[in-house]
Design a protein around this ligand. Structure first.
Ligand SMILES: [Zn+2]
Length: 268
């Protein structure tokens, strides 16, 4: 692997109400939005940031989100399109542990795992209003045990192979691959910025801003733990993008997602 390449792994779509996408602003009505994971191929290894949702979990626990996911949109399926298998991923990073960002973690028992140091404790003991967000606990034996949900674990998932390295603040995963601490949506939320030798950087807001309109209007999703921190994080993301001349990519913005490169296409 030489120059950095970034692939977006299309993970299918979900539905929530407009008042959840745009907190206290709306308008109401079903919004179908994309879910995707980010694969960074770097000379230091393959980094996978987030792992999408698990269709069966959503149907069981949040069927009202009306999941649509083809075989190619599962994590193993999306990797297979690139000629890869889960074992080819060296490091899995979770921006946070909402179910639509960690549903495929279970396929990576061998990989090194990284998240903010507060996210696993939060998944073990979420606030009452966070229970559905942190409902897929298959990513961590510790969290599943804490919540009495060990039935969610794939056979073979143990504490030893689902342990995370906890980080805090901004952290360089590798040269030019930076995690930006953007709390508010969740207690330990991370956004991601990737530098390239010959194109402008890409700043993935992840859930600090679901959509372009969210960032422009500083209107966060209704799912959050600290809305004041959430606004601060959005301002921080806007400033970073400006300072670095970065292209912004949003986590759950259908209109913009249609213009993003997916499948075998990549950014480099
Ligand atoms: Zn989230």
């Amino acid at each position: 692997m030489s120059d950095t390449k970034v692939y977006l792994l299309d993970g299918g779509t979900l539905v929530i109400d407009g008042y959840h996408v745009f907190w206290n602003r709306g308008p109401a009505g079903e919004i179908r939005f994309p879910v995707y994971s980010i694969l960074v191929e770097h000379k230091d290894g393959r980094f996978l940031i987030d792992t999408g949702f698990d269709y069966d979990h959503v149907m069981k626990v949040l069927a009202f989100e009306k999941p649509i996911q083809s075989k190619d949109q599962t994590i193993p399926g999306a990797l297979a399109l690139l000629g890869l298998e889960p074992k080819d991923i060296d490091v899995v990073v979770n921006s946070h542990f909402h179910f639509d960002h960690c549903g495929g973690n279970k396929y990576f028992p061998h990989a090194k795992k990284i998240c903010h140091k507060s996210e696993v404790p939060q998944a073990c003991n979420p606030e009452p209003f966070e229970h559905l967000g942190y409902s897929d606990l298959s990513f961590s034996a510790e969290a599943a045990e804490a919540r009495g949900a060990t039935a969610q674990l794939l056979p073979g998932t143990t504490r030893a192979n689902s342990t995370f390295e906890g980080i805090e603040g901004d952290v360089d995963l590798a040269k030019g691959v930076k995690l930006i601490f953007t709390p508010g949506h969740s207690v330990g939320h991370y956004s991601l910025m990737v530098d390239f030798p010959s194109r402008k950087p890409i700043l993935f807001t992840i859930d600090a801003a679901y959509t372009q309109k969210s960032l422009e209007t500083l209107c966060q999703a209704s799912f959050h733990i600290d809305p004041v921190a959430g606004v601060r994080s959005m301002r921080h993301v806007r400033k970073l993008a400006e300072d670095h001349g970065a292209e912004l990519m949003f986590s759950h913005d259908m209109e913009n997602f249609k213009t993003y490169k997916t499948g075998t296409q990549f950014y480099s």
